[in-house]
Design a protein around this ligand. Structure first.
Ligand SMILES: NC(=O)c1ccc[n+]([C@@H]2O[C@H](COP(=O)([O-])OP(=O)(O)OC[C@H]3O[C@@H](n4cnc5c(N)ncnc54)[C@H](OP(=O)(O)O)[C@@H]3O)[C@@H](O)[C@H]2O)c1
Length: 293
């Protein structure tokens, strides 16, 4: 048995709380003297892409509240108010700029974070429709889905969606791989969607071609990243948040079955906690159930 295991087993048998407190203090001292980080949430770090709104912002809020060090990234020229407010509330939130389509920005940030282990890297940034006519501060603007229906396709949106949803997670996963490998938990997560399924629909409905093909490609690329990183003990999973009522999806609130952002993110954090290297390459629903695709 290691020293901490001995202490833990003795704790089980000791009833006196003062003795227990002394042993806990002795155990922590032993860990510190041995140079081992105690497994507290404060010791863990998460980097989130697209953290200024929706699911990414909620990940940042919930991890920050749990005491994790949160590296919340966004691609805006000016710091988004949502993140400024979060960092004012939690000292453990650090805001960094990262456009996931920019190899230069990813490498510059990776260099800045060279000595920072990243326990969980969340590839969350995503584009699903055309928001070019939405004012940047109009969070409830629904965006335009019509331009990705067959017969009305506007191909510049395809280029954007491919760059953000497919290329972005590869750029980010590769740029910060050293940080993930150097961490304790060693997990890479990609926020995917059931829209990427190839086998999960009896009869595929029309529409959202760009977005749906991008998530199918994301799943495939992350499956291959998982195969490439398994021997380093890095766990890679793709998560489907489910239909999540973010600020940008407020217009869907009258539809039954929409889930709150806090609910889906709470579930995804629990699923991320639970996954191990045995799960690497899997596509999971927010609650850990296997997703067909
Ligand atoms: N909400 C759902 O029901 C649902 C369901 C399944 C999957 N998902 C997935 O969940 C993820 C988050 O979506 P969401 O619903 O939370 O959407 P959202 O509120 O629109 O958030 C998307 C985030 O991605 C950022 N982003 C876009 N392009 C970027 C780039 N080039 N570099 C860095 N960040 C960029 C956005 O930043 P800006 O504000 O600057 O544009 C925003 O912060 C996406 O991958 C989405 O596909 C969502």
């Amino acid at each position: 048995m290691t020293a901490p295991e001995v202490i833990a087993s003795r704790l089980m048998t000791i009833r006196s709380s003062s003795c227990r407190a002394q042993l806990i203090a002795a155990g922590l001292l032993a860990l510190l003297l041995a140079g081992v980080r105690p497994p507290s949430a404060q010791a863990y770090t998460v980097l989130i892409t697209g953290a200024n709104s929706g699911i990414g912002l909620e990940f940042a809020k919930q991890y920050a509240a749990e005491g994790w060090t949160v590296i919340a990234t966004d691609r805006r020229a000016e710091q988004p108010r949502s993140l400024t407010e979060l960092a004012a509330r939690y000292k453990n939130v650090r805001i960094e700029t990262l456009d996931v389509t920019s190899i230069d920005q990813a490498h510059a940030l990776a260099q800045k974070l060279a000595n920072v282990p990243i326990d969980v890297l969340i590839n969350n940034a995503g584009v699903y429709n055309d928001r070019s006519r939405c004012r940047p501060d109009d969070e409830e603007c629904p965006g335009d889905w019509s331009v990705e229906s067959f017969g009305k396709l506007k191909f510049p949106l395809l280029d954007t969606i491919m760059a953000v949803n497919i290329k972005g997670p590869l750029i980010v996963s590769e740029a910060f791989y050293g940080n993930v490998k150097a961490s304790v938990l060693k997990k890479i997560v990609a926020i995917s969607s059931s829209n990427g399924t190839l086998t999960g629909e009896k009869s595929p409905r029309p529409g959202a071609i760009f977005y749906r093909m991008s998530k199918a490609a994301l799943n495939r690329e992350m499956q291959i990243v998982a195969a490439s990183t398994r021997s380093d003990g890095v766990t890679v999973v793709m998560l489907n948040p489910g239909p999540t009522l973010t600020e940008h999806q407020e217009y869907l609130k009258r539809y039954p079955g929409m889930l709150t952002t806090s609910f889906t993110v709470r579930n995804m954090i629990e699923t991320i906690d639970k996954v191990t290297i045995r799960d690497t390459g899997r596509f999971l629903r927010y609650d850990g159930a296997t997703e067909p695709w």
